[in-house]
Design a protein around this ligand. Sequence first.
Ligand SMILES: Cc1ncc(COP(=O)(O)O)c(C=O)c1O
Length: 385
Amino acid sequence: MKKDFFKDSKIKFPAYEPWISKEDEKIISKTLKQSMLTLGPQLEKFEADFCKYSKAKYAVAVSNCTAALHLSLKALGIKENDEVIIPDLTFVADANAVLACNAKPIAVDINKENFFLSISNVKKNITKRTKAIIPVHIYGQVCNIEEILDMAKDNNLKVIEDCAHAVGTFHKSKHVGTIGHTGCFSFYPTKNITTAEGGMVTTNSKNIAEKVRQLRSHGMTKSLKSRYSSEYPWVFDIVEPGYNYRLDEIRSALGITQLKRIKKINELRKKASFYYHRNLKNIPGIILPDMVRDRSHSYHLYTIRVTKPFKLSRNQLYKKLKENGIRTTVYWMPIHEYAAYRKFTKKSNVVNTTKIYDEILALPLFPNISKKHQDAVIKVIKSVL
Ligand SMILES: Cc1ncc(COP(=O)(O)O)c(C=O)c1O
């Protein structure tokens, strides 16, 4: 086990540990010797491999999932004063990407049982200005995407799937991220595959893919390759100014070898999730995640709810686990709690997230988690009975 990154000597069991294989190390060293370290063959291969795996027609790699969300919104024409619906229980990236388009993030309530957007609450929040919706395949499970699509169709909304947790999650044989207008993936270190920092936009639309590709690299109308194969490489146009959201060659290379073992990674995550599930059932007040129904899942997070009659509150259990050397955390503080977004959400709209926020706790989960690690978590929770 690696030493605690935050240098807390009392921590024996981290919440997460990355899995970097010998093959990962090898491809990184090899890529470092290339003559060009960005916009090169590793990026092309990673995108092609991601298309093959997800069966998306197009995949455009970017610097992170927040950039993927931002460029998706831009490519779909979201602009000043438009409203975009997001779940109140999500990471701030969704709100920030909307604000980066000068649009308004409207955070709405979720269902308590599965953490998905509440369709009735979404409907209540649709106005003339609502242009898009960002459903999140939260914790790795496929969300209520069919209901979202129906509602989006009735109201002419664009659908941007937040797949940050969901590499390897399918819905009726379609990989998530290929169902709405775009899908946005994260390769942050804790995610199912990692490039340290990185992201991907998937889409089946050529126009959207081209727009995202241009905006990723300053809005340049020509790719690096085509510029250097033409007479004057410095001649290109900018029609719409873009960003530097490129994924370099080293990270792309890491993405290739990580994606190669996604099946194994998700199998190990599944095994560990079911170990918790078997060993934590029937504890009064501990509500386990609803992950065993016929929904596809990539087991990104294992989030329990700590409710009465369990003898400790969520915060007390968090502290008890920490006292026993175990790190856990909460995904996330609801969007409406942050000063920057508060003005976009009515508190009466988010009754479930307000309640659930005090109950949720994500237990340590990663592919190579040991039985010893999981048993330590289980033992502390059971010791409260
Ligand atoms: C649901 C969700 N969306 C988006 C993001 C943003 O991902 P990134 O850090 O790659 O920008 C995250 C990151 O944790 C996330 O959990």
